[in-house]
Design a protein around this ligand. Sequence first.
Ligand code: IP8
Length: 252
Amino acid sequence: MSRGACRLAVVKLGGGAITVKELPETVDYRSLEEAALQLAEYRSNGGLLVVVHGGGSFGHATVARILREKGRLSPLDSSIVQESMLKLALIVTRALQDKGLKPSLHPPHSLCINDDLSTCNLKVIERDLEEGLTPVTYGDAIPVGGETRIVSGDDLAAEIAVRLKADCLIYVIREPGVIGASGEPLQTLRDVREVRVVDMKWDDVTGGIIRKVEIALKASKTVENVIITNIENLSRALKGEPVGTRIKAYNL
Ligand code: IP8
C-alpha cells in the first residue's frame, strides 16, 4: 500500500551510487543524470527537496590517499579534501540544473563550526526552501582543533531531516536495499544486526552500510519515512510506494 508522496524529502545520493568507486575522481554520469531526472520530476509535482551527496571516489579516495601517505589528517589537509568534494558538488549541481532544478550549494565547512552537527546553520537551507530553490550539501572535511574531521553526508542528511521535520529521508545506494542474512534486500529493518556485511572493495572512510543503518535507525525515531534504496527506485520512494528497505527502529 502507498503511504502518499513525500512533502519534504531529504535525499542523500550515496557517493557509491553516483561515482565510479574504483576510479579516482570519476563520476557515473548515467546514474547521476537518472537521479537528477527523478528528483526534478518530484519537485515539479510540488514536493520540497534537500539534496545531500556523498564522497565516493572523490572525498573518500582523497582522504584514504592522504592517510596512506601521512598517517593522519592535519587541519591543512582539509583544503585538498574540500577541493575534491567541491568538484563533485559542482558536477552534481550542474546535473540538477540540467534537469530544471535550481540548486543552491552549501559547503558544510562553511555551514558548520565543527563536526558536531548541531553547530550547522540550517537557516540558510530553510531560506532556500522558502525561496523555491533546492539546497544541496554534502559530506566534507572540517578543520577542528589541530586535525581534520570528516563529516559524512549520511549524518548531515539525518540532521537536516530531523531539524527541518522532513517526512522523508531517503538514502540512495547502489543496491536495491539493505542486504539481510538471506542475501536478499530486507523490506523492513529494525535492528543493525539484521544487516549482512559484504566486503568493501573500495575506500570508505565514514563507516559504510553499518554506520548508514545506525544513523538511519536513529533518525527513524522522528522522521516518518526513512528508506534505503537505489536510483532506479528513487521516484517510487518519493511517491510513497513500498520500495527498498524501510528503516524503523524498534522502540517507537
Ligand atoms: O560519503 C564523506 O561523505 P559520505 C565525505 O557521505 C568525505 O560519508 C570527505 C570523505
